[in-house]
Ligand binder design. Structure first.
Ligand SMILES: Cc1cc2nc3c(=O)[nH]c(=O)nc-3n(C[C@H](O)[C@H](O)[C@H](O)COP(=O)(O)OP(=O)(O)OC[C@H]3O[C@@H](n4cnc5c(N)ncnc54)[C@H](O)[C@@H]3O)c2cc1C
Length: 342
């Protein structure tokens, strides 16, 4: 088993930036991510514009993910996806072994916990249906609005996310229907009002009863819905079905009492402003970390990541410089600087 300097658990903004910064300090790392792709929570808002990351005015989430990944992989960290870390422990020799749910083990000298808001899995419709639909026209996220251009779209849900997407699809999709089980929308007032004044066809007190497949059985052709007040069923033809009925949040390894993390609000890992936790050798960064003055934004995650890596560097090599050299004066970029000149 290859021993890395750092196992970074979580491949969101914090984990990716930590991998980059660790490369600037000649530390070798492994990023372990439970989802199939890196990028973290930004996958929840791929079409939204992000304005508050320093030096990047107005960038769509999807493009930002690409850029974060490109930067995060600059120094070729090992990347493991589809592996959820479910526990870790320290060996007698002082190394850490992180173990995934499927039993894979990853050895490192230090650990950075970058697990953010946790593991969110979209809730599925409580119906029997062919899972193949999820590869064709049954979605739980929208990655590119343009994929919905001139389509008949049905959205199921009444929360912020469903309403945001309904509003965003106005003028893009041919027709948008919103199916909601009651008539209270849990959304920001402005967005709920915008929706009600828009062309979106709202079906309140309505439940989805059946997904009707196309003749090949590969996608959803229509849905049967029931108005719970009139008890009447009817069908809606569709091209795309978007289900936004919330997320299931899985408990994460840091809740294991044997690890002895100090937790705030039963979730966040309490640490110092330089990312140290109550467990020696384990650092926390990004949204999962709590300290006075914590900024729970991408910018704050970057600050935590640099602090954690600098602490780790010093703990492994007490003679090292306190911080990485700024990139403009760092010879690790010589080759890349040369390439950029062209
Ligand atoms: C709708 C929305 C809009 C936002 N807009 C902005 C904005 O405009 N500007 C801004 O600065 N911030 C914004 N944020 C906040 C920003 O997304 C977060 O601050 C940021 O994503 C935190 O990064 P992170 O890496 O700490 O956590 P996350 O992005 O949550 O990433 C954590 C990663 O760890 C993985 N993981 C968790 N547990 C495990 C495990 N046990 N094993 C392996 N992997 C694991 C998760 O799958 C995930 O990929 C927004 C958030 C939301 C929800």
């Amino acid at each position: 088993m290859i021993v890395k300097d750092i196992n970074i658990i979580g491949g969101g903004p914090a984990g990716l930036y930590a991998a980059f910064y660790a490369g600037m300090r000649d530390l070798n790392v492994r990023i372990i991510e439970t989802q199939k792709t890196l990028g973290g929570k930004v996958h929840f808002y791929p079409e939204k514009l992000i304005w508050d990351v320093g030096g990047i005015p107005g960038i769509r989430g999807a493009k930002f993910i690409d850029q974060m990944i490109e930067q995060g992989l600059t120094f070729n960290p090992e990347v493991i996806t589809n592996q959820k870390i479910s526990k870790f422990k320290q060996t007698d020799g002082g190394l850490f072994v992180a173990t995934s749910e499927s039993g894979e083990q990853y050895l490192s000298k230090r650990i950075i916990v970058a697990t953010g808001g946790g593991i969110f899995n979209p809730k599925k419709l409580p119906l029997q249906y062919n899972v193949k639909f999820e590869e064709t026209n049954l979605h739980h996220h929208i990655y590119h609005l343009k994929d919905f251009k001139n389509k008949n779209v049905v959205i199921v849900g009444g929360g912020n996310s469903a309403i945001d997407w309904a509003n965003d699809l106005i003028g893009v999709a041919k027709e948008v229907h919103l199916i909601h089980r009651n008539d209270t929308f849990k959304a920001h007032e402005y967005n709920a009002r915008k929706l009600k004044e828009s062309s979106v066809k709202i079906h309140t007190h309505t439940l989805v009863k059946e997904l009707v497949p196309n003749s090949a059985g590969t996608s959803v052709q229509s849905i049967r819905v029931r108005n719970s007040q009139s008890d009447q069923d009817y069908f809606l033809e569709l091209d795309e079905l978007l289900v936004n009925i919330g997320f299931d949040n899985e408990l994460n390894f840091h809740h294991d009492p044997s690890l002895k993390f100090k937790l705030k609000d039963d979730y966040y890992i309490e640490g110092s402003s330089i990312a140290q936790t109550s467990v020696k050798g384990v650092y926390a960064i990004g949204d999962i970390l709590e300290f006075e003055g914590k900024v729970r934004l991408i910018a704050g995650a970057y600050n935590d990541a640099a602090n954690a890596v600098n602490q780790i560097k010093l703990s492994l090599d007490p003679d090292a410089e306190e911080k990485a050299r700024v990139s403009s004066h760092n010879n690790r970029f010589d080759k890349k600087n040369q390439e950029k000149k062209d």
